[in-house]
Every structure is written in C-alpha cells, then in structure tokens.
Design a protein. Sequence first.
Length: 419
Amino acid sequence: MPGTKMFPATAGPPLPIVDSDGRTLRAYQAWKGNNRFYFGGRIMLGPDAGSLFWSVFLIIAPVVLFCMFESQWLVEEFNRTSAILIAAISVLIAVLILVLLFLTAMSDPGIIPRNAHPPELEDDADGSSLSADWSGPSSLPPTKDVLVNGIIVKVKYCQTCMLHRPPRCSHCSICNNCVDRFDHHCPWVGQCIGKRNYRFFFMFITSTTALCIYVFAFCWVNIIWIMHKFECSLGKAFTMSPVSGILILYTFIVTWFVGGLTSFHLYLISTNQTTYENCRYRYDSKSNPHNLGCIRNIFDVLFSEVPPSKNDFRAEIEKDPSSEHHTSLSVGHSPSPMLLKENNDREAGKREGVAAKDSEGMQTQINRISGLEICSNQPPRENWDGRQNLEITPDVKVLDAEFGKQYSAPKDQNQHREP
C-alpha cells in the first residue's frame, strides 16, 4: 500500500505507520529502554514480564484449592450460605490482588525521558571539579546541588539518559531507564517500582498478605472442626483433609514473605524513604530532607495526587535519518551471535585476502631484484660498474632498501666462514 511503512516493535507484531513521506513512527518503536510494548504501545511491561505468569499462578492456585475442597467442610460446619460467602470473599480478594498486580506492572513507574543530546552547562551550575574517572561531557559536572526542603542535595548526571537526575531518581540497570523516586525493581511484578506505581505495589502486597491470613485461618478452622467432630488427633485430621495441610503450609511461608515485606514498607512510608535509599544507608549519617513526620509522610506517599506520565508511547515522532541504524537495532532484535561471527569471519577473510595479494606482489618485486643479480645475460664483470645505467624505478629502490638487510646478513656470514 503506498505511503505505508512497517517498523518492528519491541515486542509483538509490527504495526503499519501511515505517513505521506514514510518517515514517522511511534515513540514506543524507537524506545531505547528494555521495556516490552503490546497492542500498539498501549501496554508497557518490564523486560522480565514473564514472571507475571508465575505470580498469577501463585495467587490463583491456592484460591482454587480453597474454594473446591475447603468449602465442602465449611458447608458441613456452617450453613451453605455462610460457606458460599466465605469462598466468595476469598475470590474477591484474589481479583483485587490481580487488578493491583497488573496496575503495578503496566503503569509507567515515573520514567524520566532521555535527552537526545547532553544539556548545555547552566549559568548557575556549581563549579565542582571533574573527577579523574569522569567520562561524561567535559562541560557538565558529574554532580550538582539541588535545594530540597531547605537542605542541599547532590544529584548525579546520568551518562545513559544524558541528564542530571532529579532528587530520589535512579537509573534501573534492568529496565535501562531513569525512574523518579525509584524504590526497587520487583522481579515478581517484572517492573520498576517508582513514584507513579508505588501505591499500587503497596496495596498489592498488603492485600496478598490479607488473603494468605484469610485462607490460613479458615484452613485451621476446618482442621479443628474435624478434630472435634471425629475426635481424632491433629495428624489424623490432616490425613482426612490433606488440602488443608497443604494450604496451611503454603500460606504460612508466603505470609512470612509478603507480610514481612508489607511491614518493611510500612516503616519506609512512615519515614518517607525508598528501598533503594534504605539499603544504601542513605540517611544513617545525615538527616532525611523528605521526612515530613509520620502522618504527613503517609499522606504524601499514599494519598497524594499521582503525577501524569512524562511519556506518550503512542505519539508520532520524526525519524532521524542519521540514527536510522541505531533505531533499527534498538527497536528490533539484537543481532545474533552467529551473525556477528559470520561478519567477523567475512571481514577476517577480506583482510587475509588483501594481505595475501600484498605479499604476492612484494614477493614478485623481490624476485625481480634478485633476478637482476643472477640473470644469465648480464654484461661482463668488468662492465658491471655500469649497473647504474640500468633503469631502476623508485618503488624498486624502496623494496631493495627494505629487503636488502635480509639478504645482506647471510652474505656477511658466508664471508666470515671463508679462510
């Protein structure tokens, strides 16, 4: 179709971009981070989005077992309506967890857009001296001072994104993006946790903890009811309802994990820290400029307005002809090792062929020079002083000077051997 051009997306099938000159493409198709895009850039996930399937399975599996097997005991212990209500509540909590999981994974965590070129040196930039290992632009300092709540904070220059990071911003090596208020990269969500999706993440782990405690409690209710009804031991009760034992063990382990994570993030929220700052002991030796008090910290983190995304992944952008090669590598798949090996072998073969031709030509010149001395139609030796009358081209002189040393050494050795 005229005016239609196909550009490969980071993931999923390529989409046609219709343009009069065929030089525009979507922003997500030229994205330099490691994110994966689906449905034409409408959904953005992290590079390890495959872990979402395991997270979904670990959430759904215990709920299915609870509703299929434990509800039968609940019907006998309670009435049918109560048993259905108990099972329905577990399903509703699981649905809420899945919604929060996908909101966390598909939200822009607060990615700071990259600069196409290094920023110009500001007039009010500090005059800090450049360190010896600084490899960034010589006109830009590696750090600069920013005032936060009356306290001076140093922010670093990101050589990948070519910008001075805002306070509390960090570059995620997995997603290859600078994220505002970077907390951590969650492998179970497959996405960075930052300013725009932190509250979804906190609600996700909190509701997961609540579901584990809910299932754990009612499984114990079933076990205790079985022990009283059949007047048996604890071991016998577990053999009569093995699913209860499996769910009790599973939810106990998961509760320690997600429950401990929830408690840790409650501490971080109350002190207005991030996981990244806490693990690096950022505020152990100095005061935290973001700490506004426990109550204000909670409102600031959980109830403040979520800032809009700074990226429009579906926006049409102009394709830079000079960066066409770089764009094709960044939006497509990276070249395979076999392809790189073939290119290297091809280049090595070319170099060997050129070297062989040069060597062959050089050997021909050497033979020509040697042939002048052993030629059978040379003039008599008494007329050999007329060698200067032979026409010797400049290139022959150069070759004679280069290889003369190699032939002179054996001759000198033979002269020393003569009596």
